[in-house]
Write a protein that binds this ligand. Structure first.
Ligand SMILES: [Zn+2]
Length: 265
């Protein structure tokens, strides 16, 4: 599950860099969507219902956790947390889960972190990335750093004439970036204007099942599932469905068939 880090730029001469140059034929089958979290369980809480729905709709979906989330007070080991993350990925049905080696509790937006994540974007070539959209006051500051890293990595992924930092991985342009919020926060993101809601009525159970996989995180917080369910109910009610997850588009986007889009048909 852990992915290889980058080759430091100073070790890659121009000539060896040329020989490392990869094409899409050298890369694994691409993913349509990647959701990025700071820790295992972030993505499940924020947008697990949407990821499960995308999988059910036939899209290839991946999750990238920037850190292993350890240590935490009630986890016996990183291995236990990893096993929970794998089980949660299975509950959602996503095709790929990648755990990077950036440091939990000391996650900072820096050049190296941006390059590590951008390298994964270049390798997996998603059309859309979902990432943190706001600070999470009185919770982990890693979340805010994850947002900065993700914002930058989306940009770095498409930059040409910079191959020496990306192990020869080809550039990749991500078409759409949506911000998510943790489900127990208000249903819109402060300061963001382009909100949309995904109807997760059909995949609410998968979302809750994925969160339940994290016994080390939530066994001492028995109310978590009720809070997540309540937040989805409020978010969905505002948009006229039973359960929803809301996102904010990082930039406005145009629709082709307005009626089909707003009717969800
Ligand atoms: Zn977190």
């Amino acid at each position: 599950m852990r992915e290889q880090g980058i080759i430091p730029a100073e070790t890659a001469s121009f000539m060896s860099m040329k020989s490392m140059q990869k094409t899409n034929d050298d890369l694994p089958e691409s993913l349509d969507v990647i959701a990025v979290g700071a820790h295992p369980d972030d993505v499940e809480i924020a947008c697990g219902g949407t990821l499960a729905k995308l999988v059910a709709q036939g899209y290839r979906v991946g999750i990238i956790d920037l850190t292993d989330g350890e240590p935490t007070p009630n986890s016996p080991s990183p291995e236990a947390r990893l096993a929970e993350a794998r089980a949660a990925a299975d509950a959602l049905g996503v095709q790929k889960r990648i755990q990077l080696d950036l440091p939990n509790r000391r996650l900072f937006d820096c050049f190296e972190a941006r390059v590590v994540l951008a390298s994964e974007f270049r390798r997996w070539r998603p059309q859309m990335v979902l990432g943190f959209g706001a600070k999470t006051p009185m919770a982990s500051p890693d979340h805010w750093q994850a947002m900065q890293i993700t914002d930058a990595a989306i940009f770095y992924s498409r930059l040409t004439k910079w191959d020496e930092h990306f192990s020869g991985l080809p550039v990749h342009t991500i078409r759409r970036h949506l911000y998510y919020r943790l489900a127990v926060e208000p249903d819109t993101i402060f300061g963001q204007t382009h909100h949309l809601t995904v109807d997760i009525t059909e995949t609410m159970a998968a979302k809750l099942a994925s969160i339940e996989c994290y016994q080390t995180q939530f066994s001492h917080k028995p109310g978590i599932l009720d809070r997540v369910r309540a937040a989805a109910t409020v978010t969905g009610a505002a948009a006229g469905c039973t359960a929803g997850e809301s996102f904010a588009a990082a930039k406005p986007f145009a629709v082709d068939d307005l009626l089909a889009t707003v009717l969800g048909t």
